[in-house]
Design a protein around this ligand. Structure first.
Ligand code: ATP
Length: 281
């Protein structure tokens, strides 16, 4: 079953448009949402949540319609956004009291547990939190009302490597409960190498690909070799090619043909970042 289905989503600003955004997140899946600055990740996430009004398209979450069943859906999702969603003058406890009231399945026990795990004090004022601490607080809130889908916009930006690793553990623990889904945007693609099951890439307002991560990673190879080996024919096998007098580095989806036509080149596994850069239009 798909936890999230986005179908034909369109949204136009003066100088930018989301065009026919269609993808889905199956149950049990951590989906990474990638794309360069300004590609449309935040606009897509905001459109899914109804925070901006799309001009076309349908959003289904848990099989429910986002327009008709917005209240029920919002009760069952956890949201982490980068921009200020808190009243700065409140303490964590006061802010929690305001937000917890909106959820039917709020768990005080879960919340206290998360604060402890993230080493946050309920008596601290939000204005006194560092960026990373604020992000942890947002995550604690999102995880404390039995949410079945987490939608997060760059939740790890500004977090140090230690906390990022902790965050990735939290995500995998969360998934182990079963029946859950996660969609999160990030520029830290190495995090996706570690935890994502699926990758959705957006480029200039269009979906470039949606694919299961392992299959995606298996379909690309990084090739390195002597530029003298490049011919008009072999160049065409690469999606992206960089060369200097010492050597060339290219990315291909046709590794078998490359290896046959250019024996002796080095072939390496591509990283998520390489694949993203190879798919920019
Ligand atoms: P980043 O990685 O930098 O966060 P993003 O992929 O999240 O980028 P968006 O924030 O969705 O990108 O922005 C996509 C485009 O939409 C940008 O060109 C941006 O200027 C434009 N845009 C976003 N919000 C508005 C708005 N309220 N009015 C007009 N244009 C907007």
């Amino acid at each position: 079953m798909n936890i999230l289905e986005v179908n034909g989503l369109c949204k136009s600003y003066r100088d930018f448009a989301l065009k026919d955004i269609t993808f889905s997140v199956p149950e049990g899946c951590i989906a990474g949402f990638i794309g360069v600055n300004g590609a449309g990740k935040t606009t897509t996430l905001k459109s899914i949540l109804g925070l901006v009004r799309p001009s076309a398209g349908q959003i289904r979450i848990f099989g429910l319609d986002m327009v008709k069943d917005e209240r029920e859906i919002k009760d069952r999702i956890g949201v982490v956004f980068d921009d200020g969603q808190f009243y700065m003058e409140l303490t964590l406890k006061e802010m929690k009291n305001v937000l917890a009231a909106a959820y039917s399945s709020w768990s005080e026990q879960d919340f206290s547990g998360w604060l402890e795990r993230f080493e946050l004090s309920p008596r601290q004022k939000i204005s006194e939190l560092s960026k990373g601490m604020r992000m942890k607080f947002a995550l604690a809130l999102a995880l404390s009302h039995k949410a079945e889908l987490l939608l997060m916009d760059e939740p790890t930006s500004g977090l140090d490597p230690l906390i990022r690793t902790e965050f990735l553990h939290v995500l995998t623990d969360y998934m182990e409960q079963g029946g859950k889904g996660v969609l999160f945007s990030t520029h830290i693609t190495s995090d996706l190498d570690k935890v994502a099951d699926m990758l959705v890439m957006i480029d200039r307002g269009r979906i470039a690909f949606q694919e299961e991560k392992d299959a995606l990673m298996d379909s690309y190879r990084i090739i390195k070799g002597d530029p003298a080996m490049l011919s008009e024919e072999t160049r065409k096998l690469f999606l992206k090619l960089e060369e200097n007098t010492f050597g060339f580095t290219g990315i291909t989806k046709e590794a078998d043909r490359v290896m046959k036509l250019m024996p002796g080149v080095l072939s390496e596994r591509a990283a998520v970042e390489d694949i993203m850069l190879a798919n920019l239009g």
